[in-house]
Ligand binder design. Sequence first.
Ligand SMILES: [Fe+2]
Length: 217
Amino acid sequence: MTETLLNTNTHDIQSARMKYVDATAHLSTQPNSLKELIDLIYQAFSTNEVDIDYVRTIMTNYKGDIKEWQQYVKFQQHRYTRNLVDGGNGKFNLMILCWAESQGSSIHNHSNSHCFMKCLQGTLIETKFAWPHGENEAEEAMQEIGRSELKDGKVAYINDSIGLHRVENPSHTDTGVTLHLYVPPYDHCNVYDERTGRANEAHVTFYSRGGQLTKEE
Ligand SMILES: [Fe+2]
């Protein structure tokens, strides 16, 4: 599946898809290191289209050697952390998220971006929700539309047309680490109250960049 980042008509999408497939057919599907994975992501996003299947394949095939991503792992006591690995020249953000025991996110959207998430360590639970009521309708509890376990290098994918989600580390004894790719990057999203569906805008920040703690939080 190939998706364009811009709204275009069907003909444009078809021709963009053909161009994209031609442009990326030569790319390897087996990154042998984090650096090779990053190089392939740069090449995959050298056009304005996102080949979801290709990106999912290379993220799945990346073995995820702990020696390569350990430097980005930084836990915080009260909240999961977002740690930037590569800013992707403004086209994407690759980051490591660290989930201490029992930490989880709010229910959130993805600001029209594609979101890929690979489990590097531990077991996470992803719960998907339908979009809440419209602005003029009564508040009501949000509807769960799916729940899945993410572990053992598995890759999940979501965008706003699929719905909203929450990610949690349900373990009281083990930490979790995930590798996330957002295309294009974004710094604001909405978070939702599960009981009412009410949305609030949230500014997303990095706890570290390139392995160095930031002062953003
Ligand atoms: Fe998310």
